[in-house]
Design a binder for this molecule. Structure first.
Ligand SMILES: [Ca+2]
Ligand SMILES: [Ca+2]
Ligand SMILES: [Ca+2]
Length: 467
């Protein structure tokens, strides 16, 4: 009752303060300096103006609602933080000029951003067009090296790199978000955690869904024991994670009892036109919170649609690629038109259990652990027959494994599944499917995230068309 009346009163106060015609204000940063400078608008003051809905130094005042912070054209280069993290306590869109044009560097002294919020109030924040680096926390339980967001969070066209947490139980070397999280056309690379129990070298989503689109989570790692999730962790068991046109690669867990080098998801994981490649668990993972899976460890269902899971490595038994600790009614690996492969001999089983036959078809796997019924031809394929090129920039916004001529994946997919949502006749790069990659006159979808070009067009472009 008390809480309700307080809330009603604060709403009334807020409405009284609302000027006629109020909406989002745009506040323009005019300098790369930190701190406060008379007649100039630093980023720190711009955020204060947006938080307080009042002018601060040379910054115009924000409004009640979702303010936007923009940057004057001459504000490029690096904003080096000298006064600690930037705290956001109102809804905000922070629109940088581009990740290549402007970096915010916390210089190893603090986080870059701390976004407040709680169950009652979400200060939903969008960060775009920025590089965030040098974020670091050192205290026990201090989550989020670059960003800690307790409100809904969107990262767009941005790079988060070189951030870390040092203390124990400090999750999310790059990002820690408490609730709904979206990564769009962004790169999370080379972030890490150092302490015991510090999950998620790259991204930790503690209690909300995650949507990762046209984005890369690569080369992040955890160092401590019981620190699962080298790349990204979506923690709580009733929240799903969706990956579209994205690449999760080269992430590692280095301590013992630290499973899931690429991704760990508490709910269901949906991967479409997505590549999970070269992630490694290096410790002894007989114990710990997830079943060991170098590529991914999921406690709901896994659904792979035209995705490629390639060369993920685990040193302990119990699953190189996919592992599941099943909740009641879940624990299925569903895969369509997908590659699950190791291109080297040996290693632990690729699948912790066979693919769910009722919801799987037209896959290629290089060992028998994924079962035979949902594979092309009913049996595993030799790694050499897959003819996968190394992970590389083949166009599009994320890296892929190209299919070399003669690959068993070319024109071997199920066309109706490929045409339907969520694949929609596109590959991870956005190229149109299906192409006639084997040159037999019939276009058909390829298995995996990459669609090889039409063989005739390669011939025309590469030979006849040459001068
Ligand atoms: Ca505001
Ligand atoms: Ca094809
Ligand atoms: Ca063909």
């Amino acid at each position: 009752m008390l809480i309700r009346s307080c809330r009603r009163r604060s709403l009334a106060v807020a409405l009284a303060l609302l000027p006629a015609g109020a909406g989002a204000a745009t506040i323009t940063v005019t300098t790369t300096a930190d701190g406060s400078i008379p007649d100039q608008c630093t980023l720190r003051d711009a955020i204060a103006a947006a938080n307080t809905n009042a002018a601060v130094a040379g910054c115009t005042g924000g409004d009640v609602g979702n303010d936007e912070i923009a940057f004057a054209p001459e504000v490029t280069g690096t904003i080096a933080l000298t006064e600690g993290q930037l705290t956001i306590s109102d809804k905000l869109t922070l629109s940088g000029p581009g990740a290549d044009a402007l970096t915010i560097d916390a210089q190893g002294q603090s986080r870059v951003f701390d976004i407040e919020g709680d169950q009652e109030t979400s200060y939903e924040t969008t960060l775009s067009g920025l590089t965030l680096t040098g974020g670091r926390t050192t205290a026990d339980g201090d989550n989020g090296g670059a960003v800690r967001s307790l409100s809904a969070f969107h990262l767009v066209d941005s790079v988060v790199t070189g951030n870390s947490t040092a203390g124990p139980n400090s999750v999310g070397g790059g990002l820690f978000t408490a609730t709904t999280t979206q990564l769009l056309r962004s790169r999370i690379t080379r972030n890490w955690t150092e302490g015991y129990g510090s999950l998620a070298g790259g991204v930790m989503v503690a209690f909300g869904t995650a949507e990762v689109v046209d984005s890369t989570v690569a080369d992040n790692w955890t160092e401590g024991e019981t620190s699962g999730g080298g790349g990204i962790v979506v923690f709580w068991a009733w929240f799903d994670a969706t990956f579209v046109n994205s690449t999760i690669s080269g992430n590692e867990t280095r301590g013992n009892a630290s499973q899931a080098a690429g991704l760990a998801v508490g709910g269901n994981a949906f991967l479409t036109n997505t590549t999970v490649s070269g992630n490694r668990t290096l410790g002894d993972n007989a114990g710990g919170g997830f079943i060991d899976g170098a590529a991914m460890s999921v406690t709901g269902n896994i659904t792979l649609s035209n995705s490629s899971v390639v060369d993920n490595r685990s040193v302990s038994a119990g699953g190189v690629a996919i592992a599941i600790a099943a909740n009641p009614g879940t624990g299925l690996i569903k895969a369509t038109n997908s590659v699950i492969a190791s291109t080297t001999e040996g290693g632990a089983a690729l699948c912790s259990k066979p693919l769910d036959v009722a919801a799987s078809t037209h896959n290629l796997a290089t060992d028998a652990s994924c079962g035979g019924d949902a594979l092309v031809g009913g049996t595993p394929v030799a790694a050499a027959a897959l003819a996968l090129a190394p992970l590389a920039d083949n166009g599009g916004s994320t890296w892929t494994h190209a299919l070399l001529p003669g690959s068993a994946a070319i024109d071997s997919g199920d066309d109706s599944a490929c045409a339907a949502a969520p694949v929609g006749n596109l590959d991870q790069r956005g190229h149109l499917r299906p192409q006639d990659g084997d040159g037999d006159g019939t276009a058909a979808c390829d298995v995996g995230a990459f669609e090889a070009d039409d063989a005739d067009r390669i011939f025309i472009d590469g030979f006849d068309g040459a001068p």
